[in-house]
Design a protein around this ligand. Structure first.
Ligand code: BG6
Length: 493
């Protein structure tokens, strides 16, 4: 890679500790980051360089795939890290930051390249961008890339406002909007499996596929994030981004080239083809919202969402979301995509099931066997791999059909040392590859879709909000969504 100074805003926060420092360290250990880099940790809190380097070391020892076990090696890595206390509303601090960055530029030969990583609340993105410009941090001949975290707005108007602010300072091509699901190995693998296999692409359409099921379930509750989550809910926290992104990867047409813009063009076309809702009643018929109540799980009593810290006692925020979504284009006409996500469900898993239509009524059916449909499953998290369910003759039987599994579990082969999403994304940002970052038009279309649901919910009040016991699979209505079309959720894992 070419050199760069990483300016990490929010350096004392959770994301830096759990994901970003470990990611930088893994890239370094794997030779993807050469010696021409520097990291400046930025936050309000005063901290010396030594204290900051100790924070980085602690985070790596706790969370990284590689441990720092050699003092000399650690020291030469740690010297790339500096810290500066910064009030992001004060432009003077940015002038100082410019001086520090220029010094590091010379010391580590980073060619004037800057990667600004804002691990901050989105309300601050605009001010920070302006001050970066005012403080002269963009006055170099190298690249200036901005990496930002979700949520990108709260709805379409707020996202537009945010985008307008950012675009006054950065070009679209330099804005890297993270959706960490796009950094996951198996989400990236979807396009490879689809487009590199003769036995999938020809049947990847409404003629052969009965439905697609996308599940992103979590066992955790809202933990310490009640303040944020209560204003967001599962629709904005998960559906607007991770769920819709996975759906686009499943549904998009083959891009003409494996180029970031071509791939993202195809994803936008899918978002544009999502069937709009006709009315609040239509939303009610196709969307399920739930909230966890207290429940018993594995011998423990779990508290209700409304009893979580920083959550309003009368909150109607959804912690479960499921929907029947249609992609109204030639390939997918009539094929339902079912999505569901929720907190306090019985397992932590992300997987996508493609259910194929059954073969025509043939010799097997006439023998009165129950023919199970073929399934193709993308296991995304925590197991990674591909699983296929097919039908075969039970060995030794007289034509008894049994489902057999083809299980290609790559996580067990590669072990726990598969690159983390943040490593891949950070690496891509340093290389200028924006394929797995969300472009503005993707974000805008996703908000447009989600805003219709939010508007219908506002109209309906809490009338369709269903409480589900913590530790269960959510409202029964989520099962009915499929049953209405003659389907069922396939068990996960
Ligand atoms: C985040 C959401 O984007 O994704 C969290 O804000 C959620 O609420 C998390 O827990 C899930 O990510 P993962 O990678 O653990 O499945």
């Amino acid at each position: 890679m070419t050199g760069a100074v990483f300016l990490l805003f929010g350096a004392t926060g959770d994301l830096a500790k759990r994901k970003l420092f470990p990611a930088i360290y893994s890239l370094y250990r794997e030779g993807k980051l050469n010696d021409r880099f520097a990291v400046v940790g930025l936050a309000r809190r005063p901290r010396t360089n030594e204290q900051f380097r100790q924070d980085v070391l602690d985070s790596i020892q706790e969370f990284a795939r590689y441990k720092a076990d050699d003092d000399a090696g650690w020291a030469s890595f740690a010297e790339h890290f500096s810290y500066m206390s910064l009030d992001i509303h004060d432009v003077n601090g940015f002038h100082q930051l410019r001086a520090l960055t220029e010094e590091l530029d010379r010391k580590f030969d980073t060619g004037g390249n800057r990667l600004f990583y804002l691990a901050l609340a989105p309300e601050l993105f605009g001010d920070v961008s302006f001050n970066l410009r005012e403080g002269g941090l963009l006055d170099t001949s190298g690249y200036h890339r901005l990496v930002i975290e979700k949520p990108f707005g709260y709805d379409l108007p707020s996202a537009e406002k945010l985008n307008t602010q950012l675009r006054q300072v950065f070009e679209e091509k330099d804005i890297y909007r993270i959706d960490h699901y796009l950094g996951k190995e198996m989400v990236q693998n979807i396009e490879f499996v689809r487009f590199a296999n003769a036995f999938f692409e020809p049947i990847w359409n409404n003629k052969y596929i009965a439905n697609v099921q996308i599940t992103l379930s979590e066992t955790v509750g809202v933990e310490e994030r009640g303040g944020y989550y209560d204003k967001s809910g599962a629709l904005r926290d998960m559906a607007q981004n991770h769920m819709l992104q996975m759906l686009t990867m499943m549904a998009m047409e083959p891009p003409s080239r494996l180029h970031p813009e071509d791939i993202r063009d195809e994803k936008v076309k899918v978002l544009r083809s999502l069937r709009p809702f006709a009315s609040a009643a239509d939303v009610r018929a196709n969307v399920v919202r739930g909230q966890y109540a207290a429940g018993e799980f594995k011998g423990k009593t779990l508290p209700a969402y409304r009893a979580e810290p920083s959550v309003a006692p009368e909150s109607t925020t959804e912690t479960f979301f499921a929907a029947r979504v249609y992609v109204d284009n030639f390939r997918w006409a009539g094929v339902p995509f079912y999505v569901r996500t929720g907190k306090r469900l019985p397992v932590k898993t992300t997987e996508i099931v493609v259910e194929f239509k059954n073969v025509p009524d043939n010799v097997y059916l006439s023998r009165k066997h129950t023919l199970e449909p073929n399934l193709l499953v993308f296991r995304i998290n925590p197991l990674e791999g591909i699983y296929m369910k097919m039908n075969a003759k039970q060995p030794g039987s007289e034509g008894v059909l049994v489902p057999v599994a083809l299980d290609l579990c790559q996580s067990s082969k590669v072990g726990i040392n598969t690159p983390e999403a943040y490593e891949r994304l950070l690496y891509d940002a340093t290389r200028g590859d924006s394929t797995y970052f969300t472009r503005w038009d993707e974000v805008a279309h996703a908000w447009q879709y989600v805003d219709q649901i939010a508007a219908a919910w506002a109209e309906l009040g809490a009338e369709d909000l269903v409480l589900y016991p913590a530790g269960s699979w959510g409202p029964q209505r989520a099962q009915e969504l499929l049953a209405e079309n003659g389907f069922r959720w396939w068990p996960v894992n």
